[in-house]
Design a binder for this molecule. Structure first.
Ligand code: AMP
Ligand code: MG
Length: 356
């Protein structure tokens, strides 16, 4: 079968079941031979490689330009495969896995010796998750190997939620991308560490703090929020948390807070920057759309629909319309449910945060 290519990267797009079988078989063969294949998950596109092949995993770091101290998540097909990689799974982690796998929850657990140091950046723990996307599950079943798969973007760029985004960053440096359309959740998985008691939320995502606490009936430490506060001076518990992420190519100001105060701050900033001669782009919620004027305005969603805001966030940050603005101002959202993950990503994308 002749697949289309961009700069040598094959695009495996399945339009019918027999094409899907061919695409999956081809992708699985590339992975088993130590190559790199980007594939869709329900969160964002992952850049997959055989997690037990050192050379293949090294390639992930090289093509992403990922700092070597930022460990990778290992994608698996179920809790049984997790047992091959981790020393033990605490009862509470089993409860969560039973409830949320396959799904956007990554568990950090003490690793077995044979898990390569390059995956874990030398840590004694490994992060594992079962993705919920049918193509990801079929690909892993066909390849028969656990897949190390960070987001398929260049380090520091917004994560990709379409195959087109993957090609924008990775065409010519990876073997193939399996095109499964747009990702439904749109922000990366929740990362929860069981190295502490109670467990610690290292990154908010599609499985919210509220959902975790509901199952565990106990406290979860919110390290992600704590480590983003401007007073935090300690060492991040997850190496990835110390890097600026999701940065669009344009400087981004985030205006936090709510109601009239937030609106006034955003309006003042927009006016000031425009008066200084900057071309401003705005990222807003529907409720505020009519309060501002600017050369480029992108509306994420209604404030009442944070799931849609999450789904659209990275595509908006990557929007080509923002390429010729001088500065972006983004409106913050209430930090509850998946709004927590949206705010976490916006803070990491921001060059400057304006707090209430
Ligand atoms: P990404 O690959 O872009 O989805 O990012 C994976 C996230 O998981 C990063 O923030 C990593 O720092 C984090 N992570 C992966 N493995 C571990 C681990 N063993 N301990 C703590 N955080 C981890
Ligand atoms: Mg990433």
């Amino acid at each position: 079968m002749a697949w289309p290519c961009v700069k040598g990267t094959i695009i495996l797009k399945a339009k019918n079941p027999s094409e899907e079988d061919c695409a999956l078989a081809y992708a699985a063969e590339i992975l088993r031979n130590g190559g790199l294949v980007a594939f869709p998950t329900e969160t964002v596109y992952g850049l997959g490689a055989n997690a037990l092949n050192l050379q293949a995993v090294k390639e992930i770091y090289r093509v992403k330009k990922r700092p070597p101290d930022n460990p990778l998540i290992v994608h698996i097909t179920g809790i049984e495969q997790a047992r091959d990689l981790v020393c033990s799974i605490p009862r509470e982690a089993v409860l969560l896995a039973e409830k949320f796998w396959p799904g956007p929850l990554t568990l950090v657990l003490a690793k077995k010796k044979h898990v390569p140091d390059i995956i874990t950046a030398g840590l004694s723990s490994v992060a594992v998750r079962v993705p919920a996307h049918p193509l990801a599950l079929k690909l892993m079943a066909k390849a028969g190997i656990p897949l190390a798969a960070p987001s398929a973007n260049l380090s520091g760029h917004p994560s990709p939620t379409t195959a087109g985004h993957v090609l924008d960053d990775m065409a010519g440096s990876i073997d193939a991308v399996l095109d499964g359309g747009s990702c439904s959740i749109g922000v990366e998985s929740t990362v929860l560490s069981f190295l502490s008691d109670p467990p610690a939320l290292l990154r908010p995502g599609g499985i919210t703090l509220e959902m975790l606490q509901d199952v565990l009936q106990s406290k979860v430490m919110d390290f992600a929020r704590r480590q983003q506060s401007k007073d935090f001076k300690g060492t991040p518990s997850s190496p990835g948390m110390k890097y600026r992420h999701y940065a669009p190519q344009t400087p981004l100001y985030l205006v936090e807070g709510e109601g009239a105060d937030q609106r006034r701050k955003l309006a003042d900033l927009n006016k000031k920057l425009a008066q200084e001669g900057y071309k401003v782009g705005l990222i807003l919620f529907e409720e505020s759309r009519d309060f501002y004027a600017a050369p480029v305005i992108k509306v994420l969603s209604s404030k009442k629909d944070p799931c849609l805001a999450a789904e659209r966030l990275f595509a908006v940050l990557r929007s080509k319309d923002f390429l010729d603005v001088d500065v972006i101002i983004a409106e913050g959202l209430e930090e509850k449910e998946i709004g927590h993950a949206v705010m976490n990503r916006l803070r990491k994308a921001a060059t400057k945060i304006i707090v209430p």
